[in-house]
Design a protein around this ligand. Structure first.
Ligand code: ATP
Ligand code: MG
Length: 291
């Protein structure tokens, strides 16, 4: 369980909060996308959960750990519960793939014998069983991303957080990474993923939380779509009278009700395409700036 209650964060010297009264509750085993424009506060929200940053005010609880009572000596315990795939991967360039994954276990005191048993299993899970002796620099972007996922999974965390895991990958490789995350989710791991990839979000139909200027402006509990504007990201708040047919259609999507016919499915696909095209126009240039 992940709980942020009224969390506000100011970075030192800043007059505007980077997170503004954020309240978010994620149940065990959920798969949640966190979307928002570049600079909206996604990575900062994740840093609150990994304790890389502390909130200025508000409450955070993860996996039964109340961060108000978190002491430095508890941090390794926390890191066992949460696996993180960082936006910049943070792989060790001079260590092999095997060693990169093993390192995650070494630092929490796992025995060498257990490391030798565990690492091949995790590499196998991410489809890199034959790459253990390669260095990160010898791998493709998608393979490097898989190493980062393997490393975050090695300690068998209950929660896996991935910050832009498909950041600079082509669509086919991105889809493979998302399938891997889905598989991990099927084992019972809670997944929180930030992404700019509208197409993937629209295909996967999971819960979608939208953040804008540090505020959560939308939370589509299921069957969510990639919308960055408050009106569409939080359709439950939209008055039906404005656009009866399409609002009802979207609410059916959001509540997971069975759809009536193939025409509706085709229409939904077409809508998703339009959204993907629109967001590609806005998100893609930003993505290039940040990479
Ligand atoms: N350590 C820091 N000190 C001061 N400001 C920061 C710091 N880290 C991030 N910021 C600012 O906080 C805002 C949110 O940054 P954050 O990295 O959370 O955005 P993001 O939603 O993850 O963006 P992206 O999609 O580009 O990764 C940005 O305006 C950023 O410049
Ligand atoms: Mg980020």
């Amino acid at each position: 369980m992940i709980l942020l209650d009224n969390v506000t964060k100011y970075y030192p010297g800043e007059s505007e909060p980077v997170l503004d009264s954020v309240t978010l509750h994620i149940q065990p085993k959920e798969f949640v996308f966190l979307v928002g424009e570049s600079g909206a506060g996604k990575s900062t929200l994740i840093k609150m959960l990994t304790r890389e940053e502390k909130p200025t005010s508000g409450k955070i609880m993860v996996g039964g750990i109340d961060y108000d009572y978190l002491k430095k000596r508890h941090i390794p315990h926390l890191r066992r519960r949460i696996g993180v795939v960082f936006q910049d991967l943070k792989l060790l360039p001079n260590r092999t793939v095997f060693e990169n994954v093993a390192f995650a276990l070494e630092i929490v005191g796992v025995s060498n014998a257990e490391i030798r048993r565990t690492v091949p299993k995790v590499l196998d899970l991410v489809g890199l069983a034959d790459k253990g002796d390669k260095f990160p620099g010898d791998l493709s972007g998608g393979q490097r991303q898989r190493v980062a996922i393997a490393r975050s999974m090695a300690r068998q965390p209950k929660i896996l957080i991935a910050d832009e895991p498909t950041g600079n990958l082509d669509p086919k490789i991105s889809a493979g990474i998302m399938r891997l995350l889905e598989e991990i989710n099927n084992f019972g791991t809670t997944i929180l993923v930030t992404t700019h990839d509208a197409e993937i979000v629209n295909q996967m139909r999971r819960r979608v939380v939208t953040i804008q200027d540090g505020k959560i402006i939308g939370d589509q509990k299921s069957n969510g779509h990639y919308y960055l504007d408050a009106e569409r990201a939080n359709i439950a708040k939209r008055p039906l009278a404005n656009s009866p047919r399409s609002a009802a259609e979207e609410i059916r999507n959001a509540t997971n009700s069975p759809r009536s016919n193939a025409h509706a499915a085709a229409q939904r696909q077409a809508e998703a395409k339009v959204v993907a095209q629109k967001t590609a126009k806005t998100a893609a240039p930003r993505k290039r700036i940040i990479q």
